[in-house]
Ligand binder design. Structure first.
Ligand code: SAH
Ligand code: SF4
Ligand code: F3S
Length: 454
């Protein structure tokens, strides 16, 4: 491995945490070739846009960014190589190079291990400039086993792809079929992160609770569930916090709910997207569950951890969504009471069944519904945060705040927390008594430093 980077790499990441993880892995695979990170695109030798295709806006952003990078490439005298990775690369393939000829390479999410070879080919201007085959396992097998950690928290992809085919969604087409990584590999990767000081790991998957990884050498059967994996990782010394995102209501199992009650390292935060509160719309979305199923899961979760922070995703204006359907969504939100949620206007995606459905909803109606839903969600988020005032909460310190002497970290509920303290507290878990709260963060005073478990 070369110690002093001789070439500069700039990666811009769009979309979900899976892409954040993949960007880290691309850095890992390019490091031995002498690529070191830069945050200034114009001085980079290699620029990678790791893209997202989920909504039309996300895709359009990529093309406008490529326009800017093209100018930088011209100014670099042709030194710069431009690669487009991620879900737009997978979905649009060669079309990207047609729309923006300055692009040198296009590679889908399953091809990152081939990056060094592709970059070499591009510099010699020979061979294929497109890699969009699906072979998820080959990618994970071929990526370097060691990870470079950056701070006390890290993502770990345990599962990739999706077989659910919700009628609005591009993910099954961009990420391929659902696949779980073997338990042994995950344990090796987790240990490598922990050895570098990582104290919190977030397990990632498009349907992370569908995890069913091969565990031939492990006790307890040939295939492990997510709950089993979480329990196993929680026994590794030094790992204080475990999280997982994102789950699907259809894959919920009893053991994962119980784990929230009996595994202290498993943080009290549960993100379960519901998309809509109307059974008719859930059916048209092909979600495979009802609002009643959803209520039941959330009720059981709260039974295990009454303080748990519940989170969700919503789509408003799905084709055929009536006023009554939307009111059902508002009522569901009112009943569940969320700590945080993400909400979007339905966006027609080429090639997905919902794009051609009757009853596409007017943009103005979508807009008005989104505002109403977001008002309610903001009120709930603020209420959840205000409720923390007066409590003493463990915070994993991961950075400095905007003001002098201020530190920043996350609560078990994933809230952003600010307090004053010395920088020696970085990477520590500190008890903070919360004195003020807004919709987006908490502020407090440090009470003590914790030695062990959060
Ligand atoms: N696998 C996760 C989420 C994947 S995408 C799940 O099953 O919930 C993240 C979020 O983007 C989705 O939860 C959904 O709310 C939103 N989304 C997906 N496709 C969309 C579309 N066509 N228009 C608007 N929002 C969309
Ligand atoms: Fe998309 Fe549905 Fe799969 Fe989530 S479960 S990634 S929303 S198809
Ligand atoms: Fe976007 Fe692909 Fe993630 S479409 S949300 S980057 S899986």
């Amino acid at each position: 491995m070369s110690d002093t980077p001789s070439k500069r790499l700039f990666i811009k990441t769009y979309g979900c945490q899976m892409n954040v993880y993949d960007s880290e892995r691309m850095k890992d695979v390019l490091r031995p070739l002498g690529y070191g990170p830069t945050d200034r695109a114009h001085e980079a030798d290699l620029v990678i846009l790791n893209t997202c295709h989920i909504r039309e806006k996300a895709t359009e952003k990529v093309y406008s960014e490529l326009g800017k990078i093209k100018t930088m490439k011209e100014q670099s005298g042709g030194r710069m190589t431009i690669a487009v990775a991620g879900c737009v690369a997978q979905a649009e393939g060669e079309e990207i190079m047609r729309r923006q000829p300055a692009v040198d390479l296009v590679l889908g999410p399953q091809a990152y291990h081939k990056l060094p070879e592709m970059v070499a080919r591009a510099s010699r201007a020979v061979g294929d400039r497109l890699e969009t085959d699906f072979d998820t396992l080959e990618k994970f097998d071929a990526l370097p086993k060691a990870r470079q950690a950056d701070g006390p928290t890290a993502f770990l992809s345990v599962q990739e792809g999706c077989d659910k085919f919700c009628t609005f969604c591009v993910v099954p087409y961009t990420r391929g079929a659902e696949l779980s990584r073997p338990v042994d590999d995950l344990v090796v990767e987790a240990r490598s992160l922990i050895a570098q000081g990582v104290r919190e790991i977030t397990l990632l998957g498009q349907n992370v609770n569908a995890y069913h990884g091969a565990a031939p050498k492990m006790e307890g059967g040939d295939e492990w569930s997510l709950a089993r994996l979480v329990r196993h990782l929680s026994k590794i010394g030094g790992l204080d916090r475990i999280r997982f995102i994102t789950s699907h209501p259809r894959d919920m199992d009893e053991d994962l709910i119980l784990a929230h009650g009996d595994t202290p390292a498993l943080m009290p935060f549960f993100h379960l997207p519901v998309q809509s509160g109307s059974n008719a719309i859930l059916k048209a979305m092909n979600r495979g569950h009802t609002r009643e199923d959803y209520f039941e899961i959330m009720r059981e979760m709260r039974g295990q951890r009454p303080d748990i922070a519940l989170a969700s995703d919503f789509i408003v204006g799905f084709p055929g969504e009536s006023d009554k359907d939307f009111e059902d969504t508002m009522e569901l939100v009112d009943t569940v009471k969320y700590a945080v949620a993400y909400s979007f206007k339905y966006s027609q995606r080429p090639g997905t069944p919902a794009a051609d459905m009757f009853g596409q909803v007017d943009e103005a109606v979508k807009h008005e519904r989104l505002l109403r839903l977001q008002d309610l969600l903001k009120d709930q988020q603020t209420a959840f945060n205000l409720d923390c005032i007066g409590r003493t909460i463990p915070v994993l310190v991961s950075g400095t705040g905007k003001r002098d002497g201020q530190l920043h970290g996350r609560s078990p509920y994933l809230q952003s927390v600010h307090f004053n303290g010395p920088t020696e507290l970085m990477n520590q878990i500190v008890d903070v008594e919360i004195s003020a709260a807004t919709m987006s963060s908490l502020t407090g005073e440090m009470v003590r430093v914790r030695e062990a478990m959060a």
